[in-house]
Design a protein around this ligand. Structure first.
Ligand code: AMP
Ligand code: MN
Ligand code: MN
Ligand code: MN
Length: 282
């Protein structure tokens, strides 16, 4: 019997190194408190939180793996690819991620200009004050908009200003799907499509995404993602079976203010799924 099956895995979450609310150390402590046994920290386009998180995990005997969530453009859609258990020092991966962060900086300036044009001033500095240095995310802009009373909820920030096609949305050509998979794979890791149910893709398009991903050498699909509908999970179970992919699990936890997304509360993977961590045995 595989005793790993009954461990709580969480292979997708965020710290203050990207747009999470908890520091890497506090995040690990929170994961321990929530009963997580195996954790990967997957900040957006940056790996700076991993060293502190790994050290804290060791203090608690929490099994910890490297992770990152990479922004990718695929047929005009912004897709997130999670990389797991790779060599953090890998030069190609790190220089690639540095390029993405530069793109983020340019995008942030343009977002701020657009907000300026509609009478919302000081958003670049405002967003930066919520960020921890390395990356500027739409989440940081959202926190600024919220704090300054421009909106009442985070959702409203995205619905009115920051979501795709909205007034302050800046379309960016991120790297290709194949490029992200290659960086992760050549750093010795596994590439996983993050939260496949959240892209609002038709079934045909989602199948095409999975086929392109698989062709590029991608290995896994997040079958279970934070507060996901059970029917979506069933669909994802069917996709991993049909495309012979490995299954992953991640809360996509960003911090305590997202009360609907918790750590340590994930369902167990169905028996029919081959977990991505079966590749890590030994
Ligand atoms: P970025 O990576 O800078 O494009 O920002 C995307 C991030 O914004 C995602 O990783 C989420 O954390 C956050 N986000 C996207 N949509 C929403 C939403 N509707 N409500 C709250 N946060 C969101
Ligand atoms: Mn995020
Ligand atoms: Mn994501
Ligand atoms: Mn995420």
């Amino acid at each position: 019997m595989d005793s790993n099956k009954y461990k709580q895995y969480d292979l997708h979450c965020h710290s203050t190194a990207s747009d999470g609310e908890l520091s890497p150390v506090a995040l690990v402590q929170h994961a321990v408190k929530c009963g997580v046994d195996v954790l990967a920290l997957t900040d957006h386009d940056v790996t700076d939180g991993l060293a502190d998180a790994a050290e804290e995990a060791q203090r608690h005997a929490l099994e910890f793996y490297s992770g990152v969530e990479i922004s990718v453009s695929w047929n005009k859609h912004l897709i997130h690819i999670v990389g797991l258990n790779f060599d953090v020092e890998n030069k190609q991966l790190q220089s690639g991620l540095a390029g993405l962060r530069e793109q983020r900086d340019g995008r942030a300036e343009e977002m701020a200009r657009r907000l300026d044009n509609i009478g919302i001033e000081g958003s670049l500095e405002g967003a930066a004050s919520f960020a921890n240095g390395q990356i500027l995310s739409r989440t940081h802009f959202a926190r600024f908009l919220l704090q300054n009373g421009h909106v009442k909820t985070m959702q409203e920030c995205f619905d009115r200003y920051l979501g795709a096609g909205k007034r302050a949305y800046v379309e960016v050509e991120w790297i290709s799907l194949a490029q992200a998979v290659e960086w992760i794979t050549s750093a010795g890791g596994q590439a996983v499509i993050a939260h496949p149910g959240r892209y609002k893709l038709s079934a045909t398009k989602l199948r095409r995404l999975i086929e392109d991903f698989k062709q590029a050498g991608g290995l896994g699909l997040e079958v279970i993602s934070g507060n996901q509908d059970i029917n979506m999970t069933r669909n994802m179970v069917e996709y991993v079976r049909r495309y012979e992919l490995f299954a992953s699990i991640g809360s996509d936890y960003h911090g305590p203010s997202q009360v609907w997304r918790k750590m340590g509360r994930m369902p167990v993977l169905p028996e029919s799924c081959e977990p991505i961590w079966s590749l890590w045995a030994g």
